[in-house]
Design a protein around this ligand. Sequence first.
Ligand code: PLP
Length: 385
Amino acid sequence: MIFLDAAATTPVRREVLEAMWPYLSGEFGNPSSHHTLGEAAASALADARAAVAGVLGCRSGEITFTSGGTEADNLAVKGIALARQAVDPTLNRVVISAVEHPAVEESARYLARFHGFTVDVVPVDSTGLVTPQALAALLRPETALVSIMYANNEVGTIQPVTELAELARAQGVPFHTDAVQAAGWLPLDVKALGVDALSISGHKLGAPKGCGVLYVRGRTRIEPLLHGGGQERGKRSGTENVAGAVGLATALTLAQSAQLQTADHVTALRDGFIRDVLGAVPGAVLTGHPTERLPSVASFCFPGTSGESVLLELERQGVVCSSGSACAAGSDAPSPVLTALGIEAEVAQTAVRFSFESTITGSGLAAAAEAVGTAVGSVRTLGRG
Ligand code: PLP
């Protein structure tokens, strides 16, 4: 099998599992317990927090462990907007982009449904980019928060986060970015990025599902979503997932230390794959930005097919990929992300996303590109579009 669906999830890396194992077995303590076992767990958690903070260039106290990217996004969007509104009730608008993951978009919609917020949606251009001008046009004195993702999960487009964050913060508006797809591939120094909050998910990086991180800049007010024993400095109650935190910290450290080297190598492989697919499939269209895109994502529309049929045909040939985001899989509606890029519904239904792990090889991708040519050809011939 050639696995080209790493943006959906990745297997747990051996080094990560080995780092986690003690905290799933002998060192099983609760970090809040005042005995040796508890202290060992608390110390592992502190080390994991320091390691994540090291990668992000922030203080340990600015790191909150969560149950994943979805929770980190919910906590950032709801938590920051509600905390600001509580202090100043006129702060009742949030700005998101038109290509956010549902974890951000639905959090913003929740604020509108239950807390009187208005959601301002920044459009993207045909490559999926938010321009600073488009964001500037939506910033108002009532804006409580801006949340714009670092890199898109369906088409891989990388946003100019530093510029966008600077714009928002110049007007006193905190800026959150969903870095779930960016982590492991792009620089994550939160000071260089200039962001107030940043979300990461473990399972996109070789850590297990169900662990994530939210960075929140020191003085940013944030209302917790989960109330209880006050763990995570009161930002996220609940007994900590010690092994998950250790796993995430290990995976993030490994991925970011290899990042520069891996990103260049995988970018070259990705560009070769894009060329091969465009050569093998007449009429194929690359979606997203031609260069400002994640090293790991190549996404296309194959007019005259249906994405789902191509997917099935590819799986028969041993290539596993996705027709869009895993979250939207099975839905008949065209992807809102592709629609936001101005792609017509009929063409958007033909979308297929290929996403790579850092271990991908040139020969694997060459074989996959050939399989894409054959799969699209047979779907078109059989009229299964
Ligand atoms: N944000 C983005 C951009 C994602 O791609 C995903 C997962 O697909 C998430 C958030 C949600 O992360 P998790 O699966 O850890 O809840």
